[in-house]
Write a protein that binds this ligand. Structure first.
Ligand code: NAD
Ligand code: UDP
Length: 322
């Protein structure tokens, strides 16, 4: 059945790929975005497609949609730490008022709603890998709190609207995801390292580089999001989506430098406050309930990502290394 899907944050990195996949599958998409970190260039190819509608709107304000809505994917929220920390009050409002507005819409329309939650709900975890049952260690009063606590509060609102008002919910706890259409200037580890390596500028490791992240290629993640939304068995409990392949930030820097054939030096600077030491998803629940697991290795995913950044930076002539 063709579904009418609302994608908030649809002009962003993940939201634009999600919109593509939904339209490829015969659905229609209403993309809602305030362009805070998203870019119209991410959705330029969809503008004019009758299955795609773009609405510039900030989700902290109520949203009226005419006609039925079957699915709401709530992705609106800057994901990069420097970006979400620029206006922390607005980030918190986006998380909390945004999901409240979308849950109200879901309730009125009888739509199923998926929240793009995050591994940040685990904060700086004491166990690894992190299963969904782990409750996390999160600072309520630090630079990351607006995002981490905003996303935790959004999960609570999802749960409460499900319990008290019967809204059909899905919660995806997304771990670090990368790929083409990331904003080269957004300050995340992959975008920084690749743009630095491609321009032979120093690769900036924050701290000693021993902290770890598990990086998921966007194709895998989008498959997981849609599988979670369409699963009839998974229920309202959160589901981790990410690639369990865990790398230290130092390893990521060296892999990127080699793949870019770069002469960049690797330099170290101060570690950001509350930067988590380790992060690795336990994806047992997604495997069992969705039959989902990532298929793209880090080097396989970095190749098209590097090609994308090279074209964004207007660089030509440097081949990808092994
Ligand atoms: P992104 O910054 O590229 O996309 C976020 C989009 O939301 C942008 O288009 C931005 O303009 C829009 N937006 C932000 N605030 C808004 C508001 N108040 N009203 C309307 N639109 C707003 O980030 P992304 O990587 O595509 O992340 C998408 C979602 O996935 C986010 O909710 C993020 O928290 C979540 N997530 C992403 C990752 C990741 O590694 N990419 C990891 C965990 C969770
Ligand atoms: N990081 C880094 N150099 C950079 C950007 C990020 O060393 O130029 C580190 C950062 O300190 C963190 C990891 O890479 O330990 C992932 O950072 P990112 O901002 O991508 O995501 P998050 O911290 O939200 O997982």
């Amino acid at each position: 059945m063709a579904l009418r899907c609302l994608v908030t944050g649809g002009a962003g990195f993940l939201g634009s790929h999600l919109s593509d996949r939904l339209i490829e599958r015969g659905h229609s998409v209403i993309c809602v975005d305030n362009l805070q970190t998203g870019r119209l260039s991410n959705i330029a190819h969809l503008l004019g497609n009758p299955a795609f509608e773009y609405r510039q709107h900030d989700v902290i304000a109520p949203l009226e949609i005419s006609g039925r809505i079957d699915r709401i994917y709530n992705l609106a929220c800057a994901a990069s730490p420097p970006k979400y920390q620029r206006d922390p009050i607005h980030t918190f409002q986006t998380c909390v008022f945004g999901i409240l507005n979308m849950l109200g819409l879901a309730q009125r329309e009888g739509a199923r709603i998926l929240q793009a939650s995050t591994s940040e709900v685990y904060g700086d975890p004491e166990i690894s890998p992190q299963p969904e049952s782990y409750r996390g260690v999160v600072n309520t009063v630090g630079p990351r709190s607006c995002y981490d606590e905003g996303k935790r509060a959004a999960e609570t609102l999802m749960h409460d609207f499900h319990e008290a008002r019967g809204v059909d919910i899905r919660i995806a706890r997304i771990f670090n995801t990368y790929g083409p259409r990331m904003d080269p200037g957004d300050g995340r580890v992959v975008s920084n390292f690749v743009t630095q390596a491609l321009s032979d500028k120093p690769i900036t490791i924050y701290g000693d580089g021993m902290q770890t992240r598990s990086l998921c290629f966007m194709d895998d993640l989008i498959e997981g999001l849609i599988a979670l939304m369409e699963s009839e068995t998974v229920g309202p409990e959160p589901v981790n989506l990410g690639n369990p392949g865990e790398f230290s930030v130092g390893e990521i820097a060296r892999i990127v430098r080699d793949m870019c054939n770069s002469r960049s030096q690797i330099v170290h600077s101060e570690r950001p406050v509350d930067d988590p030491h380790q992060r690795c998803p336990d994806i047992g629940r997604a495997r069992r309930m969705l039959g989902w697991a990532p298929t793209v290795s880090l080097t396989e995913g970095l190749a098209p990502t590097i090609a994308y950044f090279r074209s964004e930076l207007g660089l030509v002539g440097r081949e990808i290394g092994g």
